[in-house]
Ligand binder design. Sequence first.
Ligand code: SAH
Ligand code: SF4
Length: 378
Amino acid sequence: MAKAALFAPPPARLADGRRDLVGLTREELAAEVAGIGEAPFRAKQIWHWIYHQGETDFARMTTMAKPMRDKLAENFVVGRPETVVAQTSTDETRKFLFRFRDGQEAETVYIPDPEEDRGAVCLSSQVGCTLSCTFCHTGTQRLMRNLGAAEIVGQFMAARDSYGEWPSPKGETPRLLSTIVLMGMGEPLYNYDNVARAMRIVMDGEGIALSRRRITLSTSGVVPMMDRAGTELGVNLAVSLHAVRDELRDELVPLNRKYPIAELIAACRRYPAASNARRITFEYVMLKGVNDSEADARLLVELIAGLPAKVNLIPFNPWPGSAYETSTPTAIRRFAAIVMDAGYAAPVRTPRGQDILAACGQLKTETVLARHAQKTSG
Ligand code: SAH
Ligand code: SF4
């Protein structure tokens, strides 16, 4: 079987024959509506109900007559992942574990801004990951499958349900769930089609209407897909750099053997959505005695010279069985000072939601990163 089929999400049609409308493009939705003999303008109405109003029950889509609503309910559903866990930390961070139709599960985290009424939603793009970054807990879990567009948008919509943030706030009206960061489980650029579809849906002005400036995609460095994402989606980019020498990066981020540092940085320089207003974020996990020397910090600033960039320093978040230790506060401070002296912001991320995430090695990290992305894109 082709790899793509092996890791494909479950079909959009349920066992009872009804089709999930979430995750379809506008054109596909129109085709479904035409398929039951209804006029194209109905698709526009339904889209508005699904993505603007957040309605999941056709019976309450009151701009349509009852027979029409019944017919929709016979043929379609507006799906949501099942919420297995929704835990709120003392610092208000909320962690979700969502279950999809085939029983696969993925984690989503909402990280509110401590000062303002807004926050970032950290979405997963795959269940597991094919890349085996040595410091990452997800990297130890083999790829189960890609998440479908419906499941990626579904994580965001279910998180919105949890806060009751429907209908979608318009224009500059403040939003509690104001930013999306693709920093959960998986490599979003290895599931590009589904991620792109999902992001187009959330960016659609007649639905959730989230600006591309409020979306950040994090990649371990899938160079050819970075060009595509930049041109087609124009979202903010975060790059998991973690090492500035190929020899070390080959070990920490094995994808580096395919796309070495020079190629990665070249792709960042070409990234169309990057500007002084929308800097590229370099994520750098601080591993004691591995990548945290002053020499590495100096190499880092040479590497990114001239790029509109910031460097996000993430103290390593240990998980059971991990081979690394977190850098000392002094090492982190020294590293940050060198990066800042070169004119780049180099925030050190403090973990959020530790009480509820203590058992989930990776989630803590996602939380930390997402907080950062939310701050810088707001
Ligand atoms: N696959 C993508 C996005 C998901 S990982 C990527 O690698 O960019 C999101 C971020 O968490 C990455 O920067 C990743 O390197 C970092 N990360 C993973 N495990 C970590 C850990 N144990 N401690 C600190 N950061 C970690
Ligand atoms: Fe996959 Fe990202 Fe973890 Fe690497 S850091 S294993 S790419 S999720």
